[in-house]
Design a protein around this ligand. Structure first.
Ligand code: NDP
Length: 496
């Protein structure tokens, strides 16, 4: 598809209010309401979208329940299910330019990044999970039963779908987060209600069209855009939902857990982070670009952003200056401009939040080496920012900023850095830069986080489990680990 054809398709996609996808039908909200999703590079409305609320979630849960219990989905062979999931991956690649443009215009990220990373990673996730559909296995277990001497048994386990799954996703990687959630839920035979973030509902709605085109039975995937406080909260609390999977802030993660308590639905959470990125005295020069990428990729709107940069004191000035030089050189602009390297933040709310952190850092006495302000007066741009001389009790050190803001601190030895790295309520990711591979592995073991990158950062793959220790979440996304989130284990015993 040429870039112009994709552009025309996106224009026609956003020209009319987008409906929600329930039970295989495109439908308006029961309330008839719509909400606007803005273009973050201008603040102007990009599209109107049906505003799902409690009544729409109820309809979607009903459709998913019917599909799960009565539809052809549960009778489909694992091989056919896998083929359908594979087809989603193919259709994503066939429509890559269009999806990348939609993502860029709704979320703000550079088109080249959406096309090179978000879209192919989403396709790859479906292709990877398609293979798992035929590999969901139980075990045969040799049991002893001491209180029944002489008896013989045949025992085995079945891995079965959890049932109806509610999935709530954020706005930082809208298509990719939809893929991370849908892929494993479908591979294990569940039916899903997906609620995209209010800021970025468009690519999930386009994905639903591709899922319909792939030939999924009605009701297996339902996409209900709307607000967290209404649609999201109903989905998390709904008594007809067997499991909720959430990605977003730790604060809302807690609300999800409370809401899920009503029917004790299963919960998996992928939450915030304040990830340490550690540069040792013997690190290769590439560590400087690596540290910049760790924080500035996706404008710092990454749960795993390397927002706490620890540099050995012998290299501190050099590395901080290097990262600051990169920050200064980054070209900010609308994501659709070919020379843009960093787009706007996703929303006005996010702009206010991030600039609020920048103000608080200044007020509390930290030093802004570069950046520190909003960029321009149109759209939601923030300058890539490097901060030093921060104290450990400052908000900018302790809280997830979710913007292009890194706080750099010097350190002296291995034991000190392990303690500093772990001095956070989060435990999502960490980076280590050193030529000494023994030191790297020794430190990797000490770090309380779900992902550790050595001499690299932001390396993701459908086969690698991803998730958090401590308050960064429950359970893992991707890899075969994620299949546990979406299956129940049944033990079956026969006396022979
Ligand atoms: P949220 O955690 O509020 O949003 C994530 C998703 O949860 C969205 O779909 C949202 O809906 C939904 N949601 C919000 N409230 C509820 C609720 N009560 N019940 C059920 N679902 C709900 O993140 P924000 O967008 O508000 O961002 C705030 C901060 O969260 C960021 O600054 C960042 O620090 C962090 N964050 C972390 C992410 C991560 O991956 N770790 C991702 C996004 C944000 P909707 O937005 O549509 O109203």
């Amino acid at each position: 598809m040429s870039i112009t054809t994709a552009h025309d398709r996106v224009n026609s996609f956003v020209a009319n209010p987008r409906r929600m996808f329930i039970g295989g039908q495109w439908t308006a909200a029961v309330s008839g309401k719509t909400f606007a999703t803005p273009d973050p590079s201008t603040g102007e409305t990009l599209a109107y979208v049906a505003e799902g609320d409690e009544a729409d979630i109820d309809r979607a849960v009903q459709a998913a329940r019917t599909a799960f219990e009565q539809g052809p989905w549960s009778r489909m062979t694992a091989s056919d299910r896998g083929r359908l999931i594979w087809k989603i991956g193919d259709l994503i690649l066939e429509n890559a330019e269009e999806l990348a443009q939609l993502e860029t215009r709704d979320n703000g990220k550079p088109y080249a990044v959406a096309l090179a990373a978000d879209v192919p990673l989403a396709a790859d996730l479906f292709h990877y999970m398609a293979g798992w559909a035929t590999k969901i296995e139980g075990n045969t277990i040799d049991i002893s039963v001491p209180y029944m001497p002489g008896a013989n048994f045949h025992s085995y386990t079945l891995r079965e779908p959890v049932g109806v799954v509610g999935q709530i996703i954020p706005w930082n990687f809208p298509l990719l987060m939809a893929a991370w959630k849908l892929g494993p839920a479908l591979a294990t035979g569940n039916c899903v209600i997906l609620k995209p973030a209010e800021q970025t509902p468009l690519s999930a709605l386009r994905l639903a069209e591709l899922i319909a085109e792939a030939g999924f039975p009605d009701g297996v995937v339902n996409v209900v855009p709307g607000y967290g406080e209404t649609a999201g909260a109903r989905l998390a609390a709904h008594p007809g939902v067997d499991k909720v999977a959430f990605t977003g802030s730790t604060e809302v993660g807690r609300l999800i857990v409370q809401a899920a308590a009503g029917n004790l639905k299963k919960v998996s959470l992928e939450l915030g982070g304040k990830s340490p990125n550690i540069v040792f005295e013997d690190a290769e020069p590439e560590a400087v670009a690596g540290a910049a990428n760790a924080i500035f990729f996706n404008h710092g709107q990454c749960c795993v952003a390397g927002s706490r940069l620890f540099v050995h004191h012998s290299r501190f000035d050099e590395v901080v200056e290097g990262v600051a030089e990169i920050a200064k050189s980054i070209k900010l602009g609308p994501g659709m401009d070919a020379d843009t390297q960093m787009g706007p933040l996703v929303s006005e709310e996010q702009l206010t939040r991030v600039t609020g952190y920048l103000d608080s850092g200044r007020t509390e006495g930290a030093t802004t080496v570069v950046g520190g302000n909003r960029h321009g007066d149109r759209g939601y741009f923030v300058e890539p920012t490097v901060i030093t001389n921060a104290r450990n009790d400052m908000k900018i050190v302790r809280e997830e900023i979710f913007g292009p803001v890194v706080v750099a601190e010097p350190f002296s030895d291995l034991d000190e850095i392990a303690a500093q790295a772990n001095d956070t309520e989060y435990g999502l990711g960490a980076g280590i830069w050193t030529k000494d591979i023994s030191k790297a592995h020794a430190l990797a073991k000490k770090i309380r986080a779900g992902t550790v990158w050595i001499n690299c950062y932001n390396v993701f793959d459908a086969a690698l489990p991803f998730g958090g220790y401590k308050q960064s979440g429950w359970g893992r996304e991707m890899g075969h680990e994620v299949l546990n989130n979406y299956t129940e284990v049944k033990a079956v015993t026969t006396q022979l």
